[in-house]
Design a protein around this ligand. Structure first.
Ligand code: FES
Ligand SMILES: [Fe+2]
Length: 387
């Protein structure tokens, strides 16, 4: 791959001394981390090309031949449910002269490149090159789609561009064990919606882990639900590339207060029957596991100052077969559609202020310690080769 020298001036550890202090004395990341093209280029190189990136759930491609195209910080990939039943990921670029061979989502037996119609099977093999015969200089067997490493936890699909990366389960650490009672193997994704937001992706991650904003930004929605306690943990206490918190409350966090939904998942025990577990898989996958459902906010950066936020709703598969499923599930979707735009507006507002030419943002409160943990993780990754 092409080496990147972008932003090397930003690789001086002294620039991040403020973030490195204990949370109560620390300052947030410098403004440029949310605004500059060079810092974003460093994140692409040191974070998104190395991490296990969540790309979607197998229930989005249940049938053989189903596929979806995706981009990880501008790098196009293709996820395919092969006719042999295997799920694979490929770089979404034709082996002829590089055009993407698929876009959007759909179902097919073969992919045909829109440029010169080279055709590939669902396992990535080059199948046909119209008008051009195979010869010693063009062997089909050598020109299959280039694979991207894909691993899965139940139906949750992750890819990495780093062939040397440790297995996915190491990246996920404590998360699979903590989620076992929810029956993650039986969950299916029933709806995905997206919002294009004019803010750096990290502001959304921080917002999800900032409990101070709830009464102010969600005064008429989320804040009406009684919260009895917030238990936080940082990635210093837990295994894996995750940042988590747990909130104790009444009822389901998937519903607006006062709405009725599904009965609780009956395999839950202990604290999981009394609240919501919020593990965020670094870099950009934020989950909420509550007593009767699960949702994910996926952060897909589209540049330094913009992010596509996908909201994906999950329920146990047997529930989706109920006659009244759609009607009841709508109450959960309504909750997401009410709350996420409030967060989007908050982070867009913050992005505006971060354009000032001085370092105005200077404080974490005790309700934002996870933002501090996240900011330190970012610095850990970006400076990994120089510290
Ligand atoms: S670039 Fe795909 S067939 Fe030419
Ligand atoms: Fe929020």
């Amino acid at each position: 791959m092409m080496p990147s020298h972008a932003g090397s001036v930003l690789l001086d550890p002294a620039l991040y001394d403020g973030v490195r202090r204990p949370a109560e004395q620390a300052t947030p990341l410098p403004n440029w981390c949310y605004t500059s093209d060079d810092f974003y280029a460093l994140e692409v190189e040191h974070i998104f090309k190395k991490a296990w990136n969540y790309v979607g759930h197998v229930s989005q491609i249940p049938n053989t031949g189903d596929f979806f195209a995706h981009e990880i910080t501008g790098m196009p990939i293709l996820i395919v449910h092969g006719v042999d039943g295997a799920i694979r990921a490929f770089h979404n670029a034709c082996r002829h002269r590089g055009a993407p061979i698929a876009s959007g989502e759909g179902n097919c037996k073969r992919f045909t490149c829109p440029y010169h119609s080279w055709t590939y099977t669902t396992d990535g093999a080059l199948f046909a090159t119209p008008m051009i015969d195979e010869d010693d200089n063009l062997r089909h067997a050598e020109l299959g789609l280039l694979p991207v490493r894909l691993e899965r936890w139940h139906g949750f699909l992750f890819v990495t561009f780093d062939d040397a990366a440790a297995p996915l389960m190491e990246w996920l650490g404590d998360l699979p064990g903590n989620c076992a009672g929810y029956g993650p193997e039986s969950l299916v994704c029933t709806r995905r919606v997206h919002w294009d937001v004019g803010a750096n992706w990290k502001l959304h991650f921080e917002n999800f882990n900032d409990s101070l904003h709830i009464p102010f930004i969600h005064g008429g929605t989320l804040n009406r639900q009684k919260v009895s306690g917030r238990k936080r943990s940082t990635h210093e206490d837990i295994q894996g590339e995750i940042i988590t918190h747990f909130t104790e409350h009444e009822g389901s966090r998937g519903l607006i207060h006062g709405k009725t939904g599904f009965e609780p998942i009956d395999t839950l025990s202990g604290r999981y029957t009394k609240g919501t577990y919020y593990p965020c898989i670094l870099p950009g996958t934020m989950m909420g596991w509550t007593i009767d459902c699960m949702w994910i906010f996926e952060l897909h950066p589209t540049g330094p100052r913009s992010v596509r936020v996908v909201g994906a709703s999950f329920f146990p598969e047997e529930r989706t077969r109920r006659n009244d499923f759609d009607e009841i599930a709508q109450s959960y979707y309504d909750r997401m559609d009410a709350i996420l735009p409030e967060d989007n507006a908050a982070v867009e507002m913050q992005q505006m202020g971060l354009r000032v030419p001085v370092q105005a943002a200077s404080k974490f409160t005790h309700m934002e310690t996870l933002c501090h943990a996240f900011d330190n993780w970012i610095v850990d990754q970006v400076l990994a080769d120089v510290e």
